[in-house]
Each structure stands twice: as C-alpha cells, then as structure tokens.
Design a protein around this ligand. Structure first.
Ligand code: ATP
Ligand code: MG
Length: 419
C-alpha cells in the first residue's frame, strides 16, 4: 500500500482525555476515531489489526461460524428470565409496533433459540457455534478507549452437550484453545478461576494479560508461567489463580512467597452453566437411553476489540506501538529518504506483496517519516537512503529491538517476500 493513496490520519499531540497508553496510541497512530462516548469507528490501519485477530481466532477455534443479529427481541430474554435482571447495561429499544427490543449485550438466548428446534438427538452433539459480532453494553463508565467501550467486538462461542461429562470436555477444549489463540498473538495469558456473574452457572475462568493499566488484580501461583510453557492444562487449572474479590488472604492455600500479585486486563472469559438457558427455553435432546434431557451449555467470549488495546499495552515503547508480527497491520514499512532513491524504493515495493508493505512515498520530511513509522509500529522497516543508489544497500530495522542491518537490495526483497 502506498501511503500517499492511503487514509492514515495520525496525530502529533496526545489527545486530551486519553489516559492510558493504548488509547493514546490508538488515536495518534490513526487506528480509531471516537464517534460517541465508548463508540468508535475503526480506521483502515485499526481494521487490519482487528481482522488479523479475528482470523487467528477463526483458525484455532475449532467451532462452526454463524452470525446472529445485533438487535434481539425482549421476548427471548423474558423466556430465560434475564430481561428484568440485566439492568441498565442493556440498551432497550422499542420498534414501531411498540415491541420491546434490545441491542444484544450477549447471545445465550438467541443461540439457544437458534438450535432448540433443530438439534433433537444426542447424535447431533457435541455442537459448538461461534460468531464474531458487535455487542452493546451501556457501561456506567466507558473508558480507556476500546478497552471498555459501549459498542465492542466479541467472539462468542456456545457449546451444546448431552451431559455434564461432554460439557466439561467442551469446556476444557476451549480452555486449551484460548491459551493457543492468545499465545499466537504474542501474549502470555493468565487463566484465573472466576465468578460467574450475570451469565450464571458454576464453572468459569477468565483469561487476563498482565498490564499495569489493567482493571483487575490477579493473585496467582508463580508456578503458572512454567506450566504455561508445558501446556499442561489440568495442572494449570488446578493451581491457585484468581482475580479481585475471589482472593481471600485468610483461605489462600499458598504461601506469600509463592503468590504473585499483578494488575491484569481481561481478554477472555469462559463459562459452563449447565441448563440455565436450555431448561427455561426448552432446548432438549433425546439421550442415548431414550430420555428427554436439557442440553448442557457453555459460553466462551473473547474481547476482540479490547485485544487491540491490550496488545498495545503489552507491546509499546515511548515512540509508539510495537506490533507482534501475527497481528501487525503490515509486516513492513518502506521509507524512501530522498527523491533520488525513489526508483530503488519503487523496485522493492513492487517486488513485495502490496498488502504486507506500507510504503511511505509521501514528500514529507525524513523526521516525520521516521517518527510516523515508529508510531504505527510495523515490525520491520526498510529504509532506503542514498546508499541504495551508490552501493545497492538498504537498511533494515527491527522495530522491537531497534537493531539496524545494512543489506543488499536483493536480499531485502528475498527476506520480506518469503515472510
Ligand atoms: P468486564 O469484567 O471487563 O466488564 P465481562 O466479564 O462483563 O467483562 P464477558 O461477558 O465475560 O465480559 O465478555 C467477554 C469478553 O468481552 C471479556 O472477557 C472482555 O474481553 C470483553 N468485554 C467485555 N466488556 C467489554 C467492554 N465494555 N468493552 C470491550 N470489551 C469488553
Ligand atoms: Mg467476564
């Protein structure tokens, strides 16, 4: 992509009201624009990151994708009994016929309704459906940019099983899948035992990443990092790891020395809740021994848009964002430092895939180009100066380490076209 033909409205100054670094960089690097409190437009660069996160999820999730409506009828929530309980976070709407509608904060009711008349037998199970869909929650205090928005993108998956054993299996599989997904994004996920809140149920884990700006406080056994390496899920689930009020110093089973305390950002949450929805909404199947049983359900959320902010919290420096390659909007930023070298720069640009390179072909000053490229945080920079003409040499900079290497033009082309 040629920057001269792109839409990248970067800002020099830190916008007022952006308290945390991810919010500041999201605005300054031209990834998002606030439309209303807690409601954002995603600009081209931000949208690419969002799509990359979505695609890692799609690749790993092991469930079947559907797309449910944003606007839902209140009648389904009356059936489950949650309509009155949900409170002010639910955006309630009336349509022209005076019917009560709402903008979905979550989709347990819709998905239960979706399958209840078509999934009839234990033979149809297990089933796991997911979507990547915008939610609306009228948060009391929308803040920290996309971290706590009112409208936000969530991956929500729903599992259906004939019995508890099956459901536990689906749950454990998803636990494992979450670790994989977050690791692929370059993150270190901390799974903590959680309270089940308004979703209800009796088994639940949250996934957090460590960040000083996190809204949660995590208390966990320092063995956790070792176990994360080994991917031993059973041991991971059994060690002490909780957040906020779930920690009780009196009954904490591990010693002070073993206990780590850090701030965390919640990036995902999984629940098993049995027949909480299937029972009132009559979603049952025939079991192997011919009985009519309510399906055992679980739901599994990932905050897709929150992750964009969370990843920036985890990877940045004072110059800007440092994207992990797996989610970077472009792999490479190409900078030409003078008009004399345009021919060399064009040659490299044409040899690479245009959706992997952002080519700063503008006529702005070298200082502006460098600062902007560091701010938007593409993993690699190819800097084309006068040596490109005199010696056929360009500089390749690693954004994370700052290391600069001088290499032949052809080698640069080979290296980045192979990626
Ligand atoms: P929180 O405790 O942060 O308010 P939650 O427990 O209400 O989140 P869930 O219902 O578990 O959220 O939603 C699944 C995921 O969606 C969360 O783990 C989080 O990553 C994301 N999420 C929830 N609320 C928001 C929000 N207001 N803005 C952005 N992402 C959100
Ligand atoms: Mg949660």
């Amino acid at each position: 992509m040629r920057l001269s033909q792109y839409y990248l409205p970067t800002l020099k100054e830190t916008p007022a009201g952006a308290e945390i670094i991810s919010h500041q960089y999201l605005l300054r690097a031209g990834l998002i624009k606030q439309t209303a409190s807690g409601i954002y437009s995603w600009l081209p660069l931000g949208l690419l990151v969002l799509k990359n996160i979505e695609n890692i999820i799609r690749d790993e999730i092991g469930a079947i994708e559907v797309l449910m409506p944003c606007v839902q009828p209140a009648s389904l929530w009356r059936e489950s009994g949650r309509y009155d309980d949900y409170g002010k976070e639910m955006l309630r709407i009336k349509d022209r016929h005076e019917s009560d509608m709402l903008f979905g904060p979550t989709h347990e009711e819709v998905v239960t309704d979706l399958i209840r008349n078509t999934v009839k037998s234990y033979k149809d199970l297990p089933l796991c459906l997911y979507q990547i869909q915008w939610k609306f929650r009228d948060e009391v205090r929308p803040r920290y940019g996309v971290m706590r928005g009112r409208e936000f993108l969530m991956k929500d998956a729903y599992s259906f099983d004939v019995d508890y054993e099956g459901a536990l299996n689906s749950y454990n599989l998803m636990y494992k899948t979450y670790i994989k997904i977050f690791k692929r994004m370059g993150l270190t996920p901390i799974g903590v035992r959680a309270d089940t809140g308004p979703i209800g149920g009796n088994l639940s884990h949250e996934f957090h990443i460590l960040a000083n700006t996190g809204e949660s406080t995590l208390y966990y056994d320092n063995k956790l990092f070792e176990l994360l390496e080994s991917e031993d899920i059973e041991s991971l689930k059994s060690i002490y790891a909780v957040a906020d009020d779930m920690h009780d110093p009196e009954s904490c089973p591990i010693t002070q020395e073993q206990l780590n305390v850090s701030k965390g950002i919640e990036i995902g949450h999984i629940f098993y809740f049995g027949d909480k929805y299937s029972k009132p909404m009559k979603a049952s199947v025939t079991s192997q021994d011919g009985k009519n049983v309510n399906m055992h359900m679980g739901s599994y959320g990932i905050g897709v848009s929150r992750l964009v902010g969370a990843i920036i919290e985890a990877f940045h420096d004072d110059k800007g964002i440092i994207w992990p390659e797996a989610v970077a909007p472009f792999k490479v930023g190409l900078i030409n430092l003078q008009t004399k070298v345009t021919e060399a720069a064009d040659k490299i640009y044409k040899a690479l895939k245009s959706d992997e390179v952002l080519y700063d072909d503008t006529d702005e000053s070298v200082g502006v180009k460098f600062a902007r490229m560091d701010l938007i945080g593409l993993p690699w920079q190819i800097i084309i100066g006068k040596k490109a003409v005199s010696e056929n040499i360009v500089e390749v900079k690693n954004r994370a380490t700052g290391e600069v290497e001088e290499i032949q033009v052809e080698e640069a082309i080979n290296r980045f076209s192979a990626k």
